[in-house]
Design a protein around this ligand. Structure first.
Ligand code: ZN
Ligand code: ZN
Length: 412
């Protein structure tokens, strides 16, 4: 075994499924031959097999294209470590947090981007794009996709593992409007919602090395996008028409849905069913993606929710309503005080360990899954401005606030 980074003093004697090489650098282990590869590598250097991205990466808004708000890494305990692992200062409102292969990517509203090696506890790369960042970015196959100022750009992350860490700009395309919601990969394609004054268009890029966005569907109102494997799903509606559900893979399949109002909360896609908040009663419904019919009417008065799922939904949800938060499998509830407000992007589930909620008062609540509703509260950066982004990857929880302070804590 040789060190994938060719570190001269590294004996590369890492255990099976180790996350780090002996030299301390991040590994991507091959499922086929167990060789260790560099972070962000797409193919195994020993056998050429395609490498799967680590499951506990946080590759897009609410964790990734399924938008579950779920980190599948079981940390055992839901207790926060005393010391913060890392603090970054973006100098402008934190808009998005992504994590891949041990690297954290923090994106500010004005286009400032900071990339840190989390285990090393330091920032390794910093760059600036033209803001404002109006859509949530994503990472797909080792590339960062970022939509800002009417453009979509791709940055290759592989060069972050070099002695002089950096990102390589690959391409930029104009979108003809304002990118909104969240960039959504599905299979080898990438989807983006583009808004103009009274119209929204879902565009797809079929070939990510030669980008040529084309329209898939347009409507007056469209929901957020969510995808599972190679299928992307969204709802749309025009004035005076019923709402419709669209699935796009190679072609667009459309069904009428007997519900009112396109949801403004992100939808989630798990095990062939779609979760969304519909209507004036804000009811959380589970919809069969293949028929468009409501499989299950779950909870009214839903503000935010998170879904625990591997391939299939495991029947566990966390729901925030106007009086507090509850876990469906325990039926336990924590009632919020009159001034407690959860922020968008909440809640998150860390498998068997914790439920994480960003609050408007600048705190992050970390509930212990085993001892719910017991929780700890952590004030990000010691400031008192609202949490604007949260994420969880491996055994870390990270939150950023309106001042641009980003803090990483470990669940230990
Ligand atoms: Zn090494
Ligand atoms: Zn291999």
């Amino acid at each position: 075994v040789t060190c994938p980074y060719s570190e001269p003093k590294c004996d590369a004697n890492f255990a099976m499924n180790a996350k780090r090489c002996r030299c301390g650098r991040t590994l991507r282990t091959c499922d086929a031959c167990a060789s260790g590869n560099r972070a962000f590598a797409n193919f195994c250097r020993a056998c050429g097999q395609k490498l799967a991205a680590p499951k506990s990466n946080w590759t897009g808004y609410r964790g990734g294209a399924r938008r579950l708000g779920f980190n599948p890494h079981d940390c055992g305990t839901g207790r926060l470590a005393r010391q913060s692992t890392l603090i970054l200062n973006l100098g402008n409102e934190c808009r998005a947090l992504l994590a891949s292969d041990g690297h954290l990517i923090a994106v500010a509203h004005n286009g400032t981007i900071e990339i840190a090696d989390v285990a090393a506890g330091k920032s390794i790369c910093h760059f600036q794009v033209q803001g404002p960042v109006t859509a949530q970015p994503c990472i797909h196959h080792g590339t960062l996709y970022l939509a800002a100022a009417g453009q979509l750009s791709a940055y290759s992350l592989g060069a972050l593992t070099q002695t002089q860490p950096r990102v390589r700009p690959a391409w930029t395309v104009a979108l003809g409007g304002t990118p909104i919601h969240a960039l959504t990969p599905a299979g080898d394609r990438l989807y983006v919602t583009v808004a103009s004054s009274s119209w929204r268009e879902i565009q797809v890029i079929d070939n990510l090395t030669r980008p040529a966005p084309r329209s898939v569907h347009g409507a007056m109102r469209t929901s957020w996008l969510a995808s599972e494997r190679s299928t992307v799903a969204f709802f749309s509606q025009n004035d005076g028409e019923s709402m419709r559900l669209h699935l796009h893979d190679r072609e667009l399949v459309t069904r009428d849905v007997a519900l009112q109002q396109v949801p403004d909360h992100p939808i989630a896609f798990a095990g062939g069913t779609i979760f969304g908040v519909f209507g004036d009663e804000r009811r959380l419904d589970r919809i069969d993606a293949s028929t468009g019919s409501v499989d299950e009417a779950l909870f009214e008065d839903t503000q935010f929710f998170a879904v625990s799922a591997d391939d299939e939904w495991d029947r566990e949800l966390v729901v925030i309503d106007s009086s507090g938060v509850f876990l469906t499998h325990t039926a336990m509830r924590d009632t919020f005080g009159p001034y407690d407000r959860a922020v968008k992007g909440s809640p998150l589930i860390v498998r068997n360990s914790a439920v994480v909620i960003g609050m408007e008062d600048g705190r992050v609540r970390v509930y212990s899954a085993a001892q719910f509703p017991r929780h700890e509260a952590w004030l990000v950066g010691g400031g008192a401005t609202a949490i604007t982004a949260i994420a969880s990857f491996e055994n870390y929880v990270v939150a950023g606030n309106r001042d641009g302070v980003v803090e990483v804590r470990e669940l230990a």
